[in-house]
Design a protein. Structure first.
Length: 320
């Protein structure tokens, strides 16, 4: 169901950790205005989740004890979650049956095809040689119609994809193909259209949110969702999904589905998942060091060790 701006305004109830909180939402200069009775819980939620949030209590003109946040895709996704509209429900639906044009697809490739068509904004993570590109070609042919698509990839991968499209006789309107570097340049020049389909090959290159390529991709994704809503397709492909740390996931997922992860930036995401110890510096003072990640349900939330493991037992014994 698509919501209009009016569906977010007025007196609303936010659901945070099983409790209800009354919040009044207004709209002013392309920003949501949040008014509520003082609550540390709501303050924390706004600070950690809303993109470019701002407190107006110290404004030089007309200071007010209110918070605001721009009307962006991420912030709307966050509001849907707080209002109980379950923006994740799209990812829980059964995968649709799709028409396969090429009988040579293996069962796992058909599963990837159905996953892309059904989830729309998603990632295919698999090692080289399992047929990701052919599955995506089939998916694009299923959904793109006469609309425009853009394919972004490193230079070497782009050459291989062009050959794949010739080999499998891609049958729809030709996709615009860019290297990430050329894409950034053309976007800055204002020469970029808003496509219905965006393919991000080797999306592991999008793990640093401070780079120009990530900022450019996020800008285009924002425009796509503004224009097409849930009818646009944003697909990441990678053969190396596991980064050096779980924090590398934040930027990649934000490019595919802004707001899917609760935290508004990689720093907040790291604070939630990382177990940090304060160590003494060589020349005095202390500095934080990440010793473990809460990236597995079987890990202890305090020490990060596998529960039941000898190291975990030793840690518990040292504490108690």
């Amino acid at each position: 169901m698509a919501y209009t701006l009016e569906d977010y305004l007025g007196k609303r109830v936010w659901r945070i950790k099983g409790k209800n909180y009354a919040v009044s939402i207004d709209w002013e200069k392309d920003r949501f205005i949040f008014k509520y009775k003082f609550s540390r819980v709501i303050n924390k939620e706004i600070k950690e989740c809303f993109q470019d949030r701002r407190y107006h209590g110290f404004d030089s003109e007309n200071p007010r004890k209110i918070w605001s946040a721009p009307i962006t895709t991420r912030n709307i996704f966050t509001l849907d979650a707080l209002l109980g509209r379950d923006p994740y429900r799209h990812y829980d639906r059964p995968l649709p049956d799709v028409e396969v044009c090429r009988d040579i697809l293996c069962p796992h490739q058909v599963d990837m095809l159905r996953f892309v068509v059904g989830r729309r904004r998603c990632m295919i993570a698999g090692e080289m040689g399992i047929g990701k590109t052919l599955s995506v070609i089939e998916a694009v042919e299923n959904v793109i119609g006469e609309d425009i698509g853009i394919y972004l990839a490193p230079k070497s991968a782009l050459f291989a994809v062009r050959n794949e499209m010739k080999k499998w006789m891609y049958q729809k309107r030709p996709m615009l193909m860019y290297t990430y570097e050329k894409f950034v340049i053309d976007l800055k020049k204002g020469e970029m259209i808003v496509p219905k389909v965006l393919i991000l090959d080797e999306c592991s290159k999008l793990k640093n949110p401070s780079t120009q390529r990530v900022k450019a991709v996020m800008f285009l994704v924002e425009k796509m969702i503004e224009k097409y809503g849930n009818d646009c397709y944003i697909v990441g492909m990678t053969g190396t999904p596991a980064g050096k740390s779980p924090a590398d996931w934040w930027s990649e997922i934000e490019c595919l589905c802004p707001g899917f992860l609760r935290e508004r930036d990689v720093r907040s995401f790291t604070e939630r998942l990382a177990i940090v110890e304060e160590n003494d510096g060589e020349y005095g003072g202390k500095y934080p060091t990440i010793v473990e990640w809460r990236d597995d349900d079987s890990k202890c939330s305090v020490c990060g060790k596998i529960e039941g493991d000898d190291l975990h037992k030793e840690y518990i014994e040292d504490i108690f």
